[in-house]
Design a protein around this ligand. Structure first.
Ligand SMILES: Nc1ncnc2c1ncn2[C@@H]1O[C@H](COP(=O)(O)OP(=O)(O)O)[C@@H](O)[C@H]1O
Ligand SMILES: O=C(CO)[C@@H](O)[C@H](O)[C@H](O)[C@H](O)COP(=O)(O)O
Length: 459
């Protein structure tokens, strides 16, 4: 009888679940659901938060869609998700299992995501210098916790544990009192040294940081524990992997040679290649560089241009059109809008309209927001604007990691992953134009598949 690994990715826009057959290492069944969890920022602090209840509700519904007979034969659970963000909860009462074979959040905060903009440059400059090769940016867990410590200390007092949303799911599944975090997610919080795999405890302590909120470190590819009870028909006692970063898992799902670069476009976008074995990052960060080195597995690193502006650029455009149409008294569903926009841009091969799509800025240049130039009376159709938006997303990525740099690193092929790329042919066309490499699109290339593969390879 075939057994399965459940791979679950808790993304910024959607939750994805796959069952990977352990004998063939192939995807048997998969399902995805939007979380629709964004909370609007009423406080004017550039907050970007998501509703934890809605995210977990999407997780529950998504796993419930998978066939029960296969869920009963799950022998491992792998979790990945959006990095950098922070969720707080109370040990022992962070969730409620009383409704059946699933949990819902109880004493938790909302998720403060990687898109959060409350830590401005002045605030970031006021933080101690980390002992890490990675710079600390707004939306990074430790920066957010510093901000809460300074501006809302009473809020922090209500919680005893912190982690990313995927760490929270792992902790609740295993009934842990604390939080277990891999270097992949810890590095994304800042103030973590990836050579020693330790938090910058003395630096943080000297700055009055709430050290008790720092998760325990577990190796990437290691276990967080075992399920404390039956979960959506998955037996109690099933091993649960310590949660991984969605970016690393998308790479794991589709990088098959050292000469492959991987381009993932989901809410955000990342272009990456593997550094040679033995590579060690510099001791201190270069805050102006668009390339950073993120830990992968077994002391290896990925060089990555991690853009804050990926599929969310198009999602922002769709959101803007939806609200304009509502004001104008018209109504069209989001999926219908995507379809029409993509169709119109496919009929508009190129555009002289120029869109710099960095509506969220970039970590190496937070002040550079979006721009539209070369506007004329002839390039204002939906086709022109959508084509220019998609072109802009890829041009921005290519400026962060130029083709020449990829060539010098020995890259000969780009593998595409992520559902924004899979669902948008205009993005795919623009990838092929932006880079002088063969571009292939990974079948089942995404983080949920990747995290299931990691567990299948390491269990
Ligand atoms: N109906 C659609 N057609 C094409 N692209 C879509 C559609 N709906 C969403 N998208 C794109 O997918 C992106 C979200 O991708 P997803 O993989 O769900 O993100 P994440 O992994 O970050 O949760 C959106 O930002 C948008 O660009
Ligand atoms: O910034 C990085 C890595 O540094 C991001 O690539 C990382 O993957 C984060 O998880 C994303 O920003 C969120 O991922 P997604 O929801 O866009 O897939």
């Amino acid at each position: 009888m075939t057994n399965f690994i459940l791979g679950l990715d808790v993304g910024t826009t959607s939750v994805k679940a796959v069952l990977l057959a352990t004998d063939s290492r192939t995807v048997s069944v998969s399902h995805a659901l939007p979380t629709a969890a964004d909370i609007s920022d009423d406080g004017g602090i550039k907050a970007k938060e998501q509703d934890t209840g809605r995210i977990i509700d999407a997780v529950n519904r998504c796993v419930d869609e998978l066939p029960t007979d296969k869920l009963r034969r799950v022998c491992g659970i792998g979790l990945s998700g959006q990095m950098h963000g922070v969720l707080l909860w109370r040990a022992k009462s962070g969730c409620d299992w009383s409704g059946g074979d699933f949990f819902i959040p109880r004493d938790t905060s909302q998720l403060i995501t990687w898109q959060d903009g409350r830590c401005n440059s002045d605030f970031l400059r006021s933080l101690p210098k980390p002992d890490s090769h990675l710079n600390t940016a707004t939306g990074f867990g430790c920066a957010t916790l510093f901000w809460l410590m300074k501006h809302r200390p009473e809020f922090l007092e209500g919680f005893t544990v912190a982690g990313t949303i995927q760490d929270y799911v792992a902790s609740m599944l295993c009934g842990l009192d604390g939080c277990v975090m891999t270097p992949q997610n810890a590095a994304s919080w800042g103030f973590f040294n990836t050579s020693t795999n330790q938090w910058n405890e003395s630096i943080l302590k000297a700055a009055g940081f709430p050290l008790h909120l720092l998760p325990q470190c577990a190796p990437s590819g290691g276990l967080a524990g075992q399920t404390r009870s039956v979960w959506h028909s998955i037996p109690a006692g099933t091993p649960v992997g310590a949660a991984l970063g969605d970016f690393q898992c998308s790479v794991y799902s589709c990088m098959s040679a050292p000469t492959d670069a991987v381009l993932n476009i989901s809410t955000s976008a990342q272009l990456t290649f593997a550094m040679p074995a033995g590579f060690r990052p510099p001791d201190s960060p270069d805050s102006t560089s668009s390339i950073s080195y993120f830990p992968y597995f077994d002391s290896s690193y990925l060089a990555v241009a991690a853009s804050l502006n990926g599929g969310n650029v198009l999602a922002t455009f769709v959101g803007m059109l939806t609200s304009w149409m509502r004001e104008l008294g018209a109504d069209l569903s989001e999926s219908c809008l995507y379809e029409k926009l993509i169709h119109s841009a496919l009929n508009q091969e190129s555009s002289d309209l120029r869109v710099i799509p960095t509506v969220l800025g970039e970590r190496h240049d937070p002040g550079s927001l979006g721009q539209v130039t070369y506007i004329s009376t002839n390039n204002l159709s939906l086709g022109h604007v959508t084509r220019a938006l998609c072109h802009g997303v890829l041009s921005n990525l290519a400026s962060m990691m130029p083709a020449e740099l990829l060539q010098n690193a020995g890259v000969s092929r780009i593998v595409g992953s992520g559902s924004a790329l899979a669902r948008n042919q205009v993005f795919r066309q623009e990838v092929e134009r932006a880079f002088p490499f063969q571009v292939v699109y990974g079948k089942n290339a995404d983080s949920a598949v990747g995290v299931a593969m990691v567990l299948s390879d390491r269990l």
